[in-house]
Design a protein around this ligand. Sequence first.
Ligand code: FAD
Length: 553
Amino acid sequence: MTDVAHMKWWGWGVEGVGFHHEDKPAFAPFVRKAVGLDVSTPPAPVDDFSSVEVPASRLSDDAHTALTAIVGAGYALTDDLERVVHTYGKSIRDLLRLRAHLLPRVPDVVLYPADEAQVELIVSWAVENDAVLIPFGGGSNISGSLEPPVAEERVIASIDMGRLRKLIEIDEYSGLATFQAGVLGPDLEEQLGARGWTMGHYPDSFTHSSLGGWIATRSSGMQSDKYGDIAEITKGLRVVQPGGTLVIRPIPNASTGPSVREAILGSEGRLGIITEATVQVHRLPERREVIGYLFKDWESALVAMHDISTSDAAPSITRVSDARETGFSFATRKASTGISSKVTAGLMTVLEKRGWDLDEICLSFIGYEGSPSHVARQKSMVGSVIRKHGAVTVGKGPGALYDQKKFDTPYLRDFLLDRGAAADVSETAAPWSKLLPLYRNVRAAADGAYAQLGTEGWIMCHLSHSAHSGACLYFTFAFVHDGVDPIAQYDVVKSAIQSAFIESGGTLSHHHAVGTEHAPWLEADISAPGVGLIQGMFDAIDPGKNLNPGKII
Ligand code: FAD
């Protein structure tokens, strides 16, 4: 038993915490209308772990002794729960497989190195003994980036980076902090916050994902408009590879040939194990506000987001939900009997009188950070764009609520799965000019998939992560599965959505990586020579295919 905490083996987050709807009166009718599910259906019980049959570890006693000599007693674990927790990430495919006890291949051993020297010894051991290594951060990916190849006959070791979680140093003058790569989001921000700094990277999975995992999947946080995606935040790296340790020094910009730093970003463990990263950090902002706005419809909201991104305002968050996701947000609000419900009702009456269709309203959150005068200036600039597009300001209340519940939403997926509905996400990015047609094509593709399955289904979307040339569209979809082969049904929907991304000029993923889940669309996205370039790198760095084989390509 190590002191590294893990999520539930069968779902998201920590034991004992889940989604509840009893205090949200609009939720049950919303779900009934959206996918025909009665949420009062008693939840299917999750099996006790003792009933799960786990394939035996293939690690020999001699190998176990050799690995224990590297990481220390109690840090080379072969028990079933450890190995199952390290088998998958947290996509709906993963959760369905876990609940159905589909575990054709699990790691044979889980190793917890304490420092880079131990990681180097593990990599050398793997090359000498022809074993497979799969680095593990928080286990939160949703792209099949961790799962062992089913046909793999060699010994497979999951390398849990959870003991490597220290802040090594801060170069305060340059705003650069060096961390060990296994540090999880809350721990990282706590160590920085104690010294007055922040990295500002807050993915929705923040509580259970790691710095190394973010880098290896090219993650994006909700404040990426200000702080950048992890690709921009990461300045320096140390990566243990079969041939030695790759060192990328933190330099603001370098003209040193094709970027090796960029090659490591998104490499999903295939180019080595990231042990340290130097990241850009910022002084904690004096003021932080998230303001809510309502748009008349999705079309005007998208144009407004474009206009904000090309203005000088530079807010920290630009996010707008389509009408369906807005309906979902309203449905997950707690019951309100006081003044706020009267204000909301009053506002809706005013908007209706102005000719707004209340079913088309789109809720937006814009974030502002910095000194009070900077925040005021940004708000005023955004305010003029908002007014130009006929939107109304609804103040700080909805933004504060969004801030509070953003890390709870992942629990909803388990709640739905307990009651027979499968839900997951697919996201993309495209130039501004392609976003609206892409959105329409994806909605049509999902509806076509639901019709093919003969089931009621739901798809909703928000725009986030704006850049000058375009933005990310993030789709959440759900349907009541047949209980016979929900994974095959999921494949029909997921595949329709992913294909629509590519056909409409979007990428296969803006920030969820390739893994095994998105690999079928890689060539269409980056062309055959692009795939060849990546394959060449993998072959050169890892000729023995010891590093997380089968991911990306
Ligand atoms: P893991 O899942 O443990 O690993 C992911 C990949 O990285 C694997 O290939 C693994 O081998 C490799 N890896 C991990 N650590 C290292 C290392 N030290 N060296 C080399 N390779 C390594 N993603 C976002 O970007 N933004 C979001 O807002 C977001 N929200 C999410 C919400 C939910 C509910 C869920 C389930 C997922 C979400 N994700 C999001 C996806 C996921 O959290 C990210 O992909 C995250 O970056 C994975 O980090 P991790 O530490 O959990 O990595």
